[in-house]
Structure formats: C-alpha cells, structure tokens
Design a protein around this ligand. Sequence first.
Ligand SMILES: Nc1ncnc2c1ncn2[C@@H]1O[C@H](COP(=O)(O)OP(=O)(O)OP(=O)(O)O)[C@@H](O)[C@H]1O
Ligand SMILES: [Mg+2]
Length: 355
Amino acid sequence: MHLCDFNISNLRCISQTSVELDKGINLIIGENGSGKTSFLEGIYLLATGKSFSAVKRRDLIRDGTCRMGVAGVFVSSFGLESKIKLEKSYSETNYTLQGQSVRKTSDVAAKIPILVGNSRAADLLTDSPKARRDLLDRTAFHVKPSFLSIWQELRRALAQRNNVLKSGYSSNQLCYWDKLVSEKSNEMDAYRKEIVDKVNYFLTKSTLKEELGDVSFDYYSGWDTNFPLLQHLTSNRESESRIGYTLYGAHRADLRIRVAGKSGAKRLSKGQLKSVAFESIIALHEYISENGPAKPIFLVDDLSAELDNVKQRRLIGKILRLSGQKVLSSIQPDIMEFLDNEGHKVFHVKQGKIT
Ligand SMILES: Nc1ncnc2c1ncn2[C@@H]1O[C@H](COP(=O)(O)OP(=O)(O)OP(=O)(O)O)[C@@H](O)[C@H]1O
Ligand SMILES: [Mg+2]
C-alpha cells in the first residue's frame, strides 16, 4: 500500500500543497518550524482520521481559516485505488472513502497499515498499557481481517456487561455477557500472543542485543491464565458490581519490556528507550509485511533527537531498507547520503511551502 497523490489545505502552517509521493522513499527536509511534522500529520490524518500528535481540532486548522482538508489516493500492490478525503471545520468532520461517508474510522484504519516513529515513540514503553494495546491491536487489524469484528464484539459485550453490573446485576443476565466476554477475549488473546512472539523473534535479530542484552516483551493477557477467564468473571461479580466495570479480560492486557532479564522501561535512558521503541515498531513493520495483505506506510518524524550518531545512522539505514513506502522528515540535508539509486523523492519545506 502506498500514498500517491496527496493534497493538503490549511493544515497547521501549510496553506495549500499538492505532491506526488514516491512509492519507496520520501525525504521531507526543512528547518525547525518549517512544516515537516505538519506534512506527516496530514498523511496520518488521512489514513486514520486521527492526529498522531494528539493535536486538538482547532490547532489543526490553519490560523485565520475555518476549515482544513487532506485528500489522497492510496494504491494497493494490485493497483487498486482508494480515494480518501478528510475535512475538519471547528465543529464538523467529513471523512470519505471513494466518495462515501466513513462511519467508523477503524474501518479505514484496518485497510491502510500505517506506522509512526516520532519523538513520542519512547512514551509507548512508559505510558499506560492502552497505548501498547492499541498498537498491538492495530497490527492485528492489518494482518487478520476478522480481528476488527472480534474487537468490536468484545467492546459491545463489555459495555453491556458493565451496564448490567451497574444496575444491580442478575446472574442470569450476566451469564450471557460473561460467556461472550470470555470467548472474544480468548480469540483476541491468541492473535495478540502470536504477534508478540513474532515481534520478540524480530527483536532477537536486531542489534539491540549487542547494546543492551536480550530485549523482549512480556505479554499479560488481562487475567491470570492459570485459570479460565470465565471463572474470573463469575467469581468476581460482586466486587465488579461495586466499581461498575469488568476487571478481567482482553481489554486489560499489557505488554512490558524486558531488558537483560529485568522487567520495566523505567530503567532505560531516554536514548535507550528510543532505540527500543523504534526497533519494536520496525519489528511490527516486519510482522505486517510478512503476514498481512499490504505493506505498511512508515512515517518517521524527528528520528535524530536523543540518539547518538552511530544509532541514528544504523536506524535510518534499517528503516530505508524496509519494504513499503517510507516518509522521513529531517532537519539535516545529510540524510540524503543514505539514498542510493532506488526510488526516492526529496521534498524541501520552507515556511509551510513544499517544493
Ligand atoms: N493552527 C496553526 N496555524 C498556523 N500555524 C501553525 C498552526 N499550528 C502550528 N503552526 C506552526 O506551524 C509551524 C510548523 O510546525 P511543524 O511542527 O510542522 O514544524 P517542523 O518542521 O516539524 O519543526 P521541527 O523541526 O521543530 O520539528 C510552526 O511554526 C507552528 O507554530
Ligand atoms: Mg517536527
């Protein structure tokens, strides 16, 4: 999958731009504040309907205007085109795929695999489990088409179960939801475990081992797997009804990084966290590329911060060798040294203008 024609209007500092991206490597070069992150943000917004930097709606819209828009054509490896358009005003969002309104952003996100490596990547390892679960689940969406519906069914079942718990539960009503939460959690759990095993395998092949020792993720299912989930759900109803939500299930899963036999990200320096986070995202990229129907688009913003020269060069080299479309931003024109004769385009950004 790659993004071909791409148009932006009134997104942050970018007033109007129209580019044709390369299906291989794209470098976006410009000084601080020129609009590099805004450009990558535009691609991510188009592919997911969401901001990767959690920028609020009003800050996405260029000052002095009342509406931003991104539009583009994603092309699959079989040449099938998906025309997507997203417009946001201060109060409305209009998101369309092939001219039809998109009801759920996850429907588009499941079609277009996209990964981001930016200055927030390291937070993935230290933030709450939700960010890691979401990344794992998005990976599953891209590889197993049925994962999305399992995930949606679990969310619906949990919402219903929580409602019953809050309204003074009856065992009869809960039995049905307990079974459904247990069934869907177990299906998600099997998918997720498979991904984590593969990611750990790719991590053993990375150069992290030389730098830090063995690096891998420990996966927690969201319940003590020595006992069936159904048993946890039926035996904890009383405590769950007091707090009004379900304590056990796939929605409580987590991934924790283990480095040289020690669990937890807090022990790592900022640069080490960034290396581990980027290698983990690269491992997800390799997993999706090998197992999914489409190769991911990889957006890399601000790779250099906190990494020494050797690590920067090693990671950039590795990212550029990945299959699929890559869009990398840099303040340093010397990133062009990495380019060989393979397909690439270089864009220069200055005060929101892209040439
Ligand atoms: N809503 C907005 N309207 C106009 N300009 C904005 C808006 N939001 C942000 N900007 C400005 O857009 C400019 C570009 O920001 P962006 O984050 O894209 O730069 P960058 O090239 O990634 O810089 P850096 O190298 O420092 O990361 C900044 O000067 C920022 O203040
Ligand atoms: Mg930036």
